[in-house]
Ligand binder design. Structure first.
Ligand SMILES: *Cc1c(COP(=O)(O)O)cnc(C)c1O
Length: 349
C-alpha cells in the first residue's frame, strides 16, 4: 500500500488537556478549541477524547463545525462559535444548541431578533482588531446587552506567544476596563495566555494548539506521527539529477528512496531540498523538489532501506518541520493531507 499513515495519539491529547487544566486554579474551567477539524486531526474522535478527559466546553470557528461537534458529543457540552451569528446560521444555532460569540452590533441585533432567549456570549476587541465589539460600541450597548444575560465575555490576545510583549499587559488592562463589574464569566486566554500566568486566566481558558502538541506549550506530549512508505529505491551516479527541474544533482554515488506523499498531502514545496525524514533515530535529507504525490530522500548512509520514513515523529515535531518550512506548527497540523490513513491510538479502547 502506497498510502502514508498518520497516527494520532488521543491519550496524548487528553494528557495535554489535563496538563493545561492543571496550570490554572481550581476555580478556572478549561475549554478545548477544536476548530478546523480539531487542528486537522479529526473533530469527532478528538472531541470525544477531550470530553472523556473532562472538557465540557468547546470552541469552533464556524457554525457548521459546531454541528459536527454536537453530532459527535450529543447534548450537554457547551459549543461556542467564534465567528458569532451570521446570516443563515440561525437554524443551526437553534436546532443544535450552539452558542454564538457575538462580534458586532449587526450580529447582536441579528441574534436578539432571531433567537430571543437563546444563549450567547460576546467577543470584545481589546486591541487585536480582528474580531469583536470595539470599546465605544461596547460602552453604548453594554447596559442593554447585559440585561439579556450573556453567558460569557471573551477576548483574544494578539501576542501571547511572546511573554514579554507589552501588548499582553495592554490588552489585559483593556479587558478589565471593558468587563470589570459586569458579573459575567470571562474568558481571555488561549494556550499562550494560559502560560502567561493566573492574571490572564479569568473564569475559562481556551487552549487549542497546546492540546495537539504545539508551541508555545513546550511541556506537551507528542500527538502526531507521520510515516511515509518507500515505494522504490535506486542508485544514482555522480552527475545524475533527481526530480523536477533537476532539483538535486548527485556529487557521489547515492541511493535515493522515492516516498509516497507530496504537496497534495500538505507537504509544502518550501521543504524542497530543505527537510529531513527519519529512519528511527537516523536523519535522511529530503533531496530535490517536493512533487504532488512524491518526495525523494537520500538514504545512501543507511545500512538497509526501511519500509517507511517518518516526517513527523519522536525526532521531528510539528514545530521542527514548521521551522524548516518557514511557517508555524498550526499550519503544519491544519495542512495534514486527507489521503493519509488515519490511525487513532487510545489505550482505553
Ligand atoms: C484559535 C483560537 C484559540 C485557540 O488558540 P491556540 O493558540 O491554538 O491555543 C482561542 N481563542 C480564539 C478566539 C481563537 O481564535
Amino acid at each position: 500500500m502506497a498510502t502514508a499513515t498518520l497516527t494520532i495519539d488521543l491519550d496524548a491529547i487528553a494528557a495535554n488537556w489535563r496538563a493545561l487544566d492543571k496550570l490554572s486554579g481550581p476555580g478556572v474551567q478549561t475549554a478545548a478549541v477544536v476548530k478546523a477539524d480539531a487542528y486537522g486531526l479529526g473533530t469527532a474522535r478528538v472531541a470525544r477524547a477531550l470530553a472523556q478527559a473532562g472538557a465540557r466546553r468547546f470552541f469552533v470557528a464556524v457554525a457548521e463545525e459546531g454541528v459536527a461537534v454536537r453530532q459527535a458529543l450529543g447534548p450537554g457540552p457547551q459549543i461556542s462559535i467564534l465567528s458569532g451569528h451570521m446570516a443563515g446560521d440561525t437554524e443551526m444555532m437553534h436546532d443544535l444548541d450552539l452558542t454564538p460569540m457575538l462580534n458586532s452590533l449587526e450580529q447582536i441585533t441579528r441574534h436578539l431578533e432571531a433567537l430571543p432567549g437563546h444563549p450567547f456570549g460576546v467577543q470584545l476587541d481589546t486591541g487585536m482588531n480582528r474580531l469583536g465589539v470595539e470599546m465605544l460600541e461596547w460602552q453604548a450597548v453594554a447596559p442593554i446587552l447585559l440585561e439579556a444575560g450573556p453567558v460569557m465575555l471573551m477576548s483574544h490576545l494578539a501576542c501571547a506567544d511572546e511573554p514579554d510583549h507589552p501588548m499582553n499587559a495592554h490588552q489585559l488592562e483593556v479587558f478589565h476596563e471593558m468587563t470589570d463589574g459586569t458579573g459575567v464569566p470571562r474568558s481571555f486566554a488561549a494556550t499562550g495566555g494560559i502560560l502567561l500566568g493566573p492574571k490572564y486566566h479569568f473564569d475559562l481558558t481556551r487552549p487549542g494548539v497546546g492540546l495537539y502538541g504545539g508551541r508555545p506549550f513546550d511541556m506537551a506530549e507528542r500527538v502526531v506521527t507521520l510515516s511515509l512508505p518507500v515505494i522504490q529505491t535506486r542508485e544514482v551516479a555522480p552527475g545524475e539529477i533527481v526530480g523536477y527541474s533537476c532539483g538535486w544533482e548527485a556529487e557521489a554515488p547515492s541511493v535515493v528512496a522515492t516516498v509516497a506523499a507530496g504537496y497534495a498531502d500538505g507537504i509544502t514545496r518550501r521543504l524542497s531540498n530543505n527537510a529531513v525524514l527519519w529512519d528511527g533515530a537516523t536523519p535522511c535529507p529530503l533531496i530535490g523538489r517536493v512533487s504532488m504525490d512524491l518526495i525523494t530522500v537520500d538514504v545512501t548512509h543507511l545500512p538497509e532501506v526501511p519500509k517507511y520514513l517518518d516526517l513527523l515523529g519522536p525526532h521531528q515535531t510539528v514545530d521542527d518541520l514548521a521551522d524548516a518550512a518557514g511557517t508555524i506548527g498550526y499550519e503544519i497540523l491544519t495542512s495534514l493531507g486527507h489521503r493519509y490513513l488515519r490511525r487513532y491510538q487510545e489505550s482505553r479502547g
